[in-house]
Design a protein around this ligand. Structure first.
Ligand code: SAM
Ligand code: SF4
Length: 454
């Protein structure tokens, strides 16, 4: 085992990065490397980065500092380490990373992972010519199609719940957001590729597929007969796969909700009754300034329409507070929206100005204290709705799909309800991979406890 080359991957950011990290793992396996959870043992140390808020960039550089120390120690023992920065910060910062962290060997943008084998080969050939770190290499092309073409499904995947990216990039250009610059323009994968990947996952123990896209409901791909598919139609198609028990999708944009998708929430029993539909703000003035292209009223209409179609559905959202120009009244509208929708869970952030975006230079008169206070008020409100939502299930039963089992943690199986609630069960036997209808005996803010009555 000592002589086998090892790789280590650390992933920051969203589910799409988790998916990309799985795909990069696949590349390393194919090159003959094995995965390690110890950075000290890794011959390749890769960080898959996020760029969405400034904090994400700070995290990258502190992580790189640690990796450099490991690289120096390994070198003293005669071992070489290839340090790779991949993902959205790699795409956005490009070769600037080499200036701040010259010990980084390779920079690979978010759409260029398929180039990794070539880049690693080149780097190793530099090593063998004793050039050590003198040549740093980067690949920052936007070629999402070839990214998917060249990657195979991860061989070692046996996940009960798997991500499947169906759409990349974004054309919406919300004024606060880096995604159109780090992930490039919208691209939808062909229907055939998605179905093939989904079938492969299901034949490798997957029971639930979470379809991913920056704007997953903007999906418009084609089948081999050139018929166009939207997300709704694609879900109907995926539901035909034998053994696929659950389908989810994220992240949906309010502007891209469409009839087929609404209908899928009525007709497709595998489609879970949960919709992550980021609102960002409740103020029409702020929504307009953000370039979100919907109003408070239109957002509420979507919620009402889908609730009519499927009264069982639960919602979650993303919110940004302290966007430039947000007054106390604007913020109050966001709180009003939360009171109307009563979200089952949500994510909320203080606005982070991102270089290169159109809102970066907008004047901002809100103090940091005020922003923190607004975030706290919003989060307290969101938390109380989440607690109330969870409490509704006390002494009731829920279908739980179990995704993990740990002997160390007192024989605990972990799974998810249809509404994305984390459910815990103490049971000697692993429940992983099974869907069980269980009684809920305790509810918390972020999770539920269940018992197996049989
Ligand atoms: N495409 C999705 C949508 O339009 O709703 C969102 C994808 S984005 C990767 C995830 C979340 O990050 C956004 O919904 C937003 O709340 C947050 N976000 C993006 N840019 C941000 C910024 N500059 N500051 C704070 N939060 C930000
Ligand atoms: Fe970013 Fe807006 Fe695109 Fe979402 S829709 S990824 S927030 S630009």
């Amino acid at each position: 085992m000592e002589n086998i080359q090892k790789f280590y991957i650390k992933t920051f950011g969203c589910q799409m990065n988790v998916y990309d990290s799985q795909k990069m793992s696949d590349i390393f396996y194919k090159l003959g490397y094995i995965k390690t959870s110890s950075q000290i043992k890794a011959d390749i140390s890769l960080i898959n980065t996020c760029h969405i808020r400034d904090k994400a960039k700070q995290k990258l550089y502190s992580e790189l500092g640690r990796i450099n120390k490991i690289k120096i120690n390994r070198k003293l023992k005669g071992k070489k380490t290839i340090v790779i920065v991949a993902g959205c910060t790699a795409q956005a910062e490009g070769e600037e990373i080499f200036n701040r962290a010259p010990y980084v060997d390779l920079i690979v943008g978010s759409q260029s992972y398929q180039k990794l084998p070539q880049l690693i080969k080149e780097k190793i050939s530099h090593f063998s010519r004793n050039k050590l770190n003198k040549t740093n290499l980067s690949e920052l092309d936007f070629t999402p199609k070839s990214k998917f073409d060249n990657l195979t499904e991860e061989k070692f995947l046996n996940k009960v719940s798997s991500y499947l990216t169906i759409q990349e990039g974004c054309n919406k250009f919300c004024r606060f957001c880096v995604v159109p610059y780090t992930r490039g323009p919208e691209y939808s994968r062909p229907v055939h590729d998605i179905i093939a990947e989904a079938k492969n996952l299901v034949s490798n123990e997957t029971k639930e597929i979470i379809l991913l896209g920056q704007n997953v409901n903007a999906y418009h791909g084609y089948d081999s007969n050139k018929n166009e598919y939207n997300l709704g139609k694609l879900i109907y198609e995926l539901a035909n796969i034998n053994g696929l028990k659950r389908i989810r999708y994220m992240t949906a944009h309010p502007k891209d909700m469409h009839e087929d998708l609404y209908n899928a929430h009525k007709d497709v029993k595998q489609l879970m009754p949960f919709l992550h539909l980021p609102a960002q703000s409740g103020s029409n003035k702020i929504l307009k300034s953000m370039n979100r292209n919907y109003s408070f009223e239109e957002y509420v209409e979507i919620i009402e329409k889908i609730t009519k179609i499927n009264p069982d559905i639960a919602f979650s959202s993303d919110f940004i507070v302290g966007y430039p120009g947000e007054t106390k009244q604007d913020f109050k509208k966001t709180l009003d929206l939360v009171d109307i929708v009563k979200y089952a869970q949500s994510f909320s952030f203080i606005y982070s100005p991102r270089p290169g975006t159109t809102s970066y230079k907008m004047k901002d008169k809100i103090t940091d204290d005020e922003k923190k206070e607004r975030l706290l008020i919003l989060q307290n409100k969101l938390k109380s709705y989440q607690e109330k939502f969870n409490k509704k299930f006390l002494k009731k039963s829920l279908d739980v799909l179990f995704t993990n089992f740990s002997k160390k943690k007192n024989y605990q199986s972990l799974g998810y309800s249809p509404y994305m609630q984390l459910v815990r069960l103490q049971n000697k036997k692993s429940m992983k991979g099974r869907i069980k209808n269980l009684k809920i005996i305790k509810t918390f803010y972020k999770s539920l406890d269940a018992i197996n009555e049989i």
